[in-house]
Design a protein around this ligand. Sequence first.
Ligand code: NAP
Length: 303
Amino acid sequence: MRWHILGAGSLGSLWAARLYRAGCDVELILRDQQRLASYQSAGGLTLIEDNQPHCYPIPAVSIDDCGPISRLLLACKAYDAPTAIIQLAPLLAEDAEVILLQNGLGSQERVAALIPQARCILASSTEGAFRQADFCTVFAGHGHTWLGDPLQSEPPTWLVDLQQSQINHDWAEDIVSRLWRKLALNCAINPLTVLYDCRNGGLLEHQAEVATLCHELNQLLHACGMSTAATGLHEQVIRVINATAANYSSMHQDVSQKRRTEIAYLIGYACAAAERQQLQLPHLNALNERLGQYLDAHGLPRH
Ligand code: NAP
């Protein structure tokens, strides 16, 4: 069965190149004819691994010319996902499967609600990739991807394609809890790295602030019924800060490169969830507000 992949950006390219070279049938869906023409003149997708570039001539179509879809990997940003799925919904087969790679919480939920006829598989990934140029992606960090379906515990048959493509993965029955845990880690680290303009390791100088945030995030996870995701949160945050001390967080990279952030699906989502639970989290709310003001001052949208 064909893998349709929407979004030939960093993560979409990383998946597309590995599936294609393992012999899977892959087709990229690009936003319009102009993007398709640029892709064709590039001659394919280039993936750089260990400084070695390799170009893969993966077939591609523009979204307007795309045929019926049975399996879709939605690899755009969280804020683009609902619009993209509205465009693709009429093409989805009755029993279509859609894999959602978006970071944070909120976007995957919205997409799933827009396509009730499809099976939506939620993903949480620690792989790292960035675009060096158009249709040229660097595989920057090996990691792992957890996939799961909160509505149906049986794993899909196509996990074998991921195995063959050497995409490290596991089927996770607790995917929602994993997504909340990742959201909490992000809230405790990423906004502060933007505000202090530092690498992750720079937060070792702000440990009291990190601890206060972890305490509030812990309360949020419990209030949202995600107690397992709360276990040992502060300890893991400190471990991540130490293990990634030399790295800039993804939010810091977005802001320093003047790109729109996904904060509405990260700390913004956490603050909204706390409000729904009528939970007072003053430090998390204050951090969200400081981050909003920082983005305003840098000419970037808050959402
Ligand atoms: P990205 O490099 O910005 O790529 C997004 C791609 O989606 C772009 O190529 C964009 O097309 C395309 N797109 C958006 N709307 C579209 C539409 N309507 N039709 C066709 N294409 C459309 O983003 P990314 O870094 O791969 O991130 C994707 C998601 O994965 C995010 O939620 C991110 O947080 C998450 N994630 C990323 C990483 C990573 O290392 N990169 C790791 C873990 C999770 P154009 O090129 O035409 O703009």
